[in-house]
Write a protein that binds this ligand. Sequence first.
Ligand code: NDP
Length: 241
Amino acid sequence: MIRTTLVTGGGSGIGKAVATLFAADGDHVFITGRRKDLLEAAAEEIAGTVTAIVCDHTDPDQLIALAAELPPTLDVLVNNAGGNRDMEGPPPAGLHELAARWRANLEANLLAAVLTTAAVDDRLAEGSAVVNIGSFAADRGAGSYGAAKAGMNTWNIFLAKQLGPRGITCNVVAPGYIDETEFFHGRKTPEFHAERVTETLVQRAGKPADIAEAVRFLASPAARHITCQVLRVDGGVIHSR
Ligand code: NDP
């Protein structure tokens, strides 16, 4: 049977790598994002059955429209869309700007996943898998972005309890520094890159495919008893105890 997989933010970076791997496995993969051109180019480029649907995952109306376009059953949901909306610039000038920046990161990284999962909940098949893309920022006190990803870890516990009776597993994959994505919007310096590599135990940056392989495992038949976990794929930067 052909699995159906939804990868949010599947037009670039980690999401595109996940979509590529799942499409290679024979899934019908749906990729979403806000940029139509990027999505259509990715769908064209990835070998296999890939359908591109434009959707802003922070917008309930667009999520309702997305759900109406999806097939009746989803086997895998990968909540990947996100990114740091507060990466540079001067400190916020006053409370209004502070509030706007926090709202932007909470919406983009936490609310987007919460709303998307709720929008497709009735389509998630028994025994399906939800994989949320978090971040090692959740464990590093990284302002509003880290708080949003830490919130995702806690929400994932709630979700795993809620969906567990249907045999649905819910896990977070928490990447460390992943090169070769649009995440840093061209603002990465060689010094920043070297610092991030040095703090890994394996002395290299992560690649989108490192994350995609972890997502593939968590969605596979081999992982049907693994739920409510945070799997760090960060080269050993954050140590488990
Ligand atoms: P990219 O910027 O390459 O990918 C993010 C994707 O999400 C884009 O395709 C973007 O497309 C889409 N997206 C963003 N916001 C929305 C939205 N509101 N609705 C729909 N689509 C959206 O970066 P990465 O691949 O690196 O990021 C993927 C995930 O990995 C993110 O959640 C990020 O926080 C996380 N992560 C990344 C790390 C890294 O070092 N790269 C480290 C830790 C976590 P569009 O703009 O067209 O909407």
